[in-house]
Design a protein around this ligand. Sequence first.
Ligand code: MN3
Ligand code: MN3
Length: 325
Amino acid sequence: MTFKLKKIHKAVNWNKEDDGFTQAFWEQNVKQFWLPEEISVSKDIKVWNELSDKQKELYKKVLGGLTLLDTKQGNNGIPSMMSLTENLQRKAVLSFMGTMEEIHAKSYSSIFTTLLSNTEIDELFQWIETEETLQRKADLILEQYENTTNQKSLYLSMATSVFLESFLFYSGFFYPLYLAGQGKMVASGEIISLILRDESLHGKYIGLLAQEIYNSFSDEDKNELNDKMYSIFDNLMENEIDYTNLIYKETGLEKEVIDFLKYNANRALENLGFKDFYIVDEINTIVLNGLSTETKTHDFFSTKGNGYQKGIYEELEDEDFIIEI
Ligand code: MN3
Ligand code: MN3
């Protein structure tokens, strides 16, 4: 029987480097692997019970919003980018990141199940589905992810992904970092730190892939992509400010959260190879300390350590990411 092959099927070959950075990112991603089951959120129950109703409400909402974003990133964002990525090592790195998105999404549920009643959890998931600014955020992101059909739209999906991971998440990260920095909700804060450490790596990697695609275009195409990219950026920021003003209402923290968003929006643009867009004068120092992705040695007598360690974990340095593409 003769069998005519439609095309040649290739296998991923890790024995050679396809580019100067993907294997390093694979290794770093794998080293950072963690599971929520390894952090005992029950340590937070006592503090949780001492928080005011308003504080609890805000905490639940920021985690609810983050759950939606991680769900979309795992189910839509990563698959859309993988679908048009030809290189097999790069596909593997993206796939690993996608798995981590599902772990992030699940880790919020491990916090909910420890701290909330079933009714409260149901109400929260109901809130996620009905809060307009949150739904609109998902809409804006999915509009791009679901239209990834060629290299230009792949570039814009990667830019959207970097905005999501390096910028939009931070309206949610702010409050857990703010409380953990004051010794409150420290175990949950540790989960947030681990997620943040992952997102920081994802934003850098996808930023590099995006820059490579961008550089393959003519000046005319680059101008067109710039306009579209900044338009996505503006729409996301406008909505994010509305979302922040809504959930942080009457906390007195609104301005600080928006400054923090702007600071991280600049970092997202940097990942894509663009200059800062905002001038940000001051960031809440408690929260800024929490941004440090280094794993500190756990100090059992204080609440400062985020000491989760698995295997060998080396601190990421900015120099690790000076990569010529
Ligand atoms: Mn994530
Ligand atoms: Mn991510």
